[in-house]
Design a binder for this molecule. Sequence first.
Ligand code: BGC
Length: 888
Amino acid sequence: MSTPHVSRLTAEHLVETLGVGTSIPRLSWWTETATPGWMQAAYEFQVTDPDAGVHRTGLIRSSDSVLVPWPTQPLRSRQRCDVAVRVVGDDGGESEWSAPLTVEAGLLDVDDWQAIFVGPGWDEDVESAQPCPYLRRQFTAGGRVVRARLYVTALGVYEVEVNGRRIGDHVLAPGWTSYHHQLRSDTFDVTDAVHEGDNVIGIVIGDGWYRGALADDLRRNRYGDRLAALCQLELLLVDGSSMIVATDDRWVATTGPIRASGLYEGEAYDARADLAGWSAPGFDDSAWTPVTRVHHELATLRGPIAPPIRVTERLHPIEITTSPSGRTIVDFGQNLVGVVELTVRGNAGTEITLRHAEVLQDGELCTEPLRNAEATDHYVLRGGGTETWHPRFTFHGFRYAEVSGWPGDLAVDDLTALVVHTDMRRTGWFECSDDRVNRLHENVVWGMRGNFVGIPTDCPQRDERLGWTGDIGVFAPTASYLYDCAGLLQTWLRDLAAEQRDDGTVPWVVPDSLEWLLPAAVWGDAAVTVPSTVHQCFGDVGLLADQYESMRAWVELELARAGDDLLWTGDFQFADWLDPTGAHGDAFDQRTDPDLLATAAMIHSLDLLGAAATRIGRHDDATRYRAVARDARAAFAHEYVTPSGRLASDAQTAYALAIAFRLLHSDIQRSRAGERLAALAHRSQLKIATGFVGTPLICDALTDTGHVDVAYGLLLQDACPSWLYPVACGATTIWERWDAITADGRVNEDGIGMLSFNHYALGAVADWLHRVVGGLAPAEPGWRRLRIAPQPGGGLEWASSRLDTPYGPASSSWEIGGDGALVVRALVPPNTTADVVLPGRTEVFEVGSGDHEWTVGFDPPESASSDRSWRDGVPEHEAEQPASGERG
Ligand code: BGC
């Protein structure tokens, strides 16, 4: 028996626990042990509060270790304590106390704030980008500072400095939320930055999402037309006295070097107007003007429940070339989201312009897909030395930058791309013996990074970048595997619920920034599917309870739209958006009947809602929604399914929905539907013939009906449209449309207004890679029980899935040895169990935590893609013309 060891104690979904926004943060931990089959029998908390002393809970008999309730009195604002946990295994072995986790509450009550929102007092033309305001306040600390906390946020996006030093490393803070419902405020420990004597706090604010142009109508001032900061510095001095410096009428403001900034437009910076020393004592601010008060409800303030946005990586260009027209083009080798930092020497007044694009056409920057996003930064040199600069209040989606006005020769070391996104913890990895599939997976990861800048967006580059519900609805399972995105999704779901209409309608985008709105299946169903995914992947029942009314309101709306026959028909639907077999350029031209799809989505949400109701103890609701789901299934079958398993829409998405959402009545129907789906996939020459809704489901639907070989065939297809076609074209992210680059290597100018090269939705196949190819899936919410069931195929020689689950690291991998034997290895975290199904077997057996290895004889399934009759043409009995849009 080895001694268990507790590691990774966290509060809520946060790694950083300074300024938490709840008084009762839930706690989670991992246990590490070499003892196989280890289960937790009990735990004990120790909470050390400098004022109240040490409180021990005594042993609590429970196997819970994920999001366990706060063990003592609720935290008061500013209260700081150290929490430690120890565990006892069911073998009696006891751990030591864990390393303590310091949790400090932020300002939890409106009354804690003495600060008021203040902004520049001058008149502005709010219909165009304005110079960014700089705000400052000098003050004197009358003694040595032993503790200093800065509580801060803004209407706009801000950076804060104390005594000439940037505080924190957050980018585009406070991010984007539905500001009238929740506005994030952050807490910084600035004890080292504030001194006895004169000090200065300075804040600079950009338009950001608050009042900058947003959505394709480029409307400004969606939340308000006045930028403002809210800042409260609280000092504890050595003599025990305290002092608060807060934004109020005594602050002064001016404009400076940031002449204009916009998320879509880019930033213009004139370094000749630098305000050297503006946030340090002694700066002459006599020409600055008084600030004015700006009204914003303090009740909207929330401490963080997600990590901040940060620079997470720095990339140098891989190449600098001259385009046919003589322009300087920089290639960063990766389509990414962020900004370019430059280091330059030159004469004062020299202006450098940086334009950005994801792709080149004819060797020149191709900016048409950006639509009205100018994505252009300007820097005017101060002169007289080395200058390093990057824009602060914008971001671009780009792989290439065009640089003009550079003084002298531009070298690779002069430029760095700063990769910007919410700083989530990476949790999941997948690898296999086919490097093309590995690149596909890497492209999905980059797609997630670029589109998780505060909220989950459709795309990060054009005049859109919105929280499209349908996109995250289908991508959430993949996202939850790759990164710990629970906090980010929780923040976003709160906005979804807040912005949901009284009749249950869910905005198409959250935060809502479009002018029109109709209930639409799958997109609106995100109100149900996303919380269910977060619960499934992170074990957060509290989130389910918080979102329950929102989930219920959406499903009730679906039922109302469906009416007595329980068939949702006749309404506007995005449906199987971007089905590539439809007419090119018409995202609504689809093979699957939108009514069939809408009813299928409704039934799936009824199932998820019923399960959520059970989970949170709403048993009457659970009974009702289960019964309605049963009736709706019967209605669906009556309307859309023939007795022998054909569907009214003889389309792949229709079959994928019917199989994945269990809408077929008998095993025979199900197996016939699977056969038909496989046949249709072959008829499409194993190219993609499904849109946003069907593509994330089709591989599972094929796998679950015994056609994993066909799923592999789809995966490994590299003719257009397919997952590997963009990889073959050199893609480094997932595209919105498969044929964004045509066979001759050109950007497809057809439908250029919807040609994002960084759209994660169709990358949702990565979830299938993790669960089916690698073989690692949750069998119970939160990974308390795992399912290890790899299904090798496609000619792959090995594959591996790894995940840092809420209980600890887990993995499943397999490799085919020279003798045809197949070795499966698994790592099951302590305090969990796993159901195992070995390749080629049907029996399920259970194992406990620890390392496992099995060797089985294995007869690989015939690979659909390696069968020449499938690869080169349709099989004879299914002969039909190939689908349009393939590579020439
Ligand atoms: C977005 C999508 C979104 C769709 C719905 C597009 O403009 O980029 O990904 O889901 O609109 O209509």
